[in-house]
Structure formats: C-alpha cells, structure tokens
Ligand binder design. Structure first.
Ligand SMILES: C[S@@+](CC[C@H](N)C(=O)[O-])C[C@H]1O[C@@H](n2cnc3c(N)ncnc32)[C@H](O)[C@@H]1O
Length: 271
C-alpha cells in the first residue's frame, strides 16, 4: 500500500492494465516531473467544463469526481470555482500531488474500469484519460463505472481525441521534444507518435542529466485509441447516458479534442 505523509491510500483493485499505466514513467518514476513537462494552461478546459455543467444546473457547491485526476491541476481549478472535488487515479505518484493540492478531498488509487467508491456524485469530469482505453470492453467498463457513481440526472464532462483529426495530426511521425530544468537536473523528454489503423503508437523517453551522475534514460511504448463521435454516442447510450453536446476543443495548443457533456437518464443496457 502506498503511503504519503501519514496518509494511507485506500487501494481499490487495480487491474493489470491500470498497473501498466502507472508503470509508464510519465505517471510513475517520472511522475514528480509531470507538471514541469506538461505546462498546461488548465483555464480554457475548466471554463468550458464549468459552462457545460452550469448549462445542466450543476453549479458551485456540487460534488464532483475528477476521474483520472493526475496531479490535480484541473481539480484544483474546479475547487477554486466552488465545486467540491474528489480525486481518483491509477497512479499513486500523481495522486499524491493531487491530494497535496486538495487536502480536503477524498483521494483514491483506483482503476476507473472497476470503481467502487460507495458514493454518488453530481458530476464526473474526466480529462485526457479515455484515449488510454483501447478496447471496446474497457471503454464500456469505464462509462458503466461512471454511471454507477452518479445520481440520477448527474452529468459527465469528458474529453477524447477525435479520430479523424488525430489521423491528420499523427499520420506522419509526430514528435514532441521538451527540455526542462528541474530540482533534480535537466530533463529531456521526447515523444514520437504515429497513427495507424485507428491507433496512435507512441514511444516516450525521459533522460535526466544531473551533471554528477551518468544520464539516466527511461523509455516506454504505449498505444492510444482516439474516438469517433459515433463511438462516444454508442458507448454512452449503452451506459445509460444521453449526449447533450459534443464540441471541438482547442486544448493545450492542439485542436484534436472533443469535449462531451452527457447526462445519466436511464439505467444502463444489460451487457
Ligand atoms: C494524460 S493524464 C491526465 C491527468 C489529468 N486529468 C490532467 O488532465 O492533467 C491521464 C491520467 O489518467 C490516469 N489513468 C489512466 N488509466 C487509468 C485507469 N484505468 N484508472 C485510473 N486512472 C487512469 C493516469 O494515471 C493519468 O493520471
């Protein structure tokens, strides 16, 4: 069990693939540098999510779950707007940082496919997570989990990568390079992505140069699966949701995201 400053994480069963997620250095051994590598202006996403929530009557004071909260920057921005936000993530390293940002939040290390938090929320927000769900079964499991953690009429605001735009963005090899100064040395981060047959294959490297020790290189390969609007509609419908809006969102300098607002208005279709 992971512990941090006297806090004992309550581990909810973490499946093999969520364990693989937290084995990704970006979320695990280099999780301490996540916010330095991803210099995210969370403002535009949070503003769009809040406008969506308020359009269905979910305003400040409502109880939210940030599903796949990472280091909690989005959760903290939602908290600053008056929402009461709980945290869940498969990565204990990232969740620790989120819990430091929101010390009063309930925080759990858990697999979104198998959530059993024993609470119901007014809304769930989920940013930058669902592309990690590769199979239809995993996608459905997450959305069913969300349905079972919402009150009737509760909402989800989620984003996914749009399949067609991703194909254009990653059709030729796509490379991200960052060099950041960190308290532990200079960190060189690279990610190479390639879109093929509906999937984005990515190779990621972290190299830490301390000046005193030989550079430490860690590499990792993983796959993402962007979504079509039809896939979103279908999986959400099966989980008991009615889609309200799907809008194009230009987030973090890329225009490949779809932001979806959806309401729980039925019991899920038995599967
Ligand atoms: C790209 S990060 C986004 C983090 C945060 N939402 C943000 O936007 O800064 C994806 C997050 O999803 C989490 N994640 C991926 N698969 C998960 C799963 N099956 N269960 C729980 N968390 C998961 C990862 O640990 C990681 O923190």
């Amino acid at each position: 069990m992971a512990r941090r400053r006297g806090r004992a994480w309550e581990h909810v069963r973490v499946s093999w693939s969520a364990s693989a997620d937290s084995a990704r250095p970006f979320y695990g051994s280099f999780g301490w540098a996540y916010d330095l590598v991803v210099a995210a202006p969370e403002g535009p996403w949070v503003a769009a999510a809040c406008a969506d929530l308020q359009s269905v009557g979910i305003g400040p004071g409502a109880r939210l779950l940030d599903a796949g909260c990472g280091t909690g920057r989005y959760a903290a921005a939602l908290g600053a707007r008056g929402y009461s936000v709980d945290l869940v993530d498969a990565s204990a390293e990232l969740l620790s940082q989120a819990a430091d940002r929101l010390p009063r939040a309930n925080a759990r290390v858990a697999d979104l496919r198998e959530l059993e938090l024993g609470r119901h929320y007014d809304a769930i927000v989920c940013r930058g997570v669902l592309n990690d769900m590769i199979s239809d079964v995993e996608r459905q499991a997450v959305l069913n989990s969300f349905a079972s953690h919402l009150r009737s009429g509760g909402a989800i605001v989620l984003d996914v990568r749009d399949r067609d735009v991703s194909e254009r963005r990653y059709g030729d090899n796509y490379r991200i390079e960052k060099l950041v100064d960190t308290p532990r040395g200079t960190l060189a981060f690279t990610a190479d992505g390639k879109f093929e047959h509906g999937l984005i294959y990515t190779h990621e490297e972290h190299e830490l140069r301390t000046g005193t020790e030989p550079p430490r290189l860690t590499s990792y390969d993983f796959t993402m699966r962007p979504w079509t609007r039809e896939e979103l509609d279908e999986h959400l419908w099966l989980a008991g949701f009615r889609v309200q809006t799907i809008t194009e969102l230009n987030d973090r300098g890329s225009n490949d995201r779809l932001l979806c607002l959806t309401i729980l208005d039925r019991t899920p279709v038995p599967q």
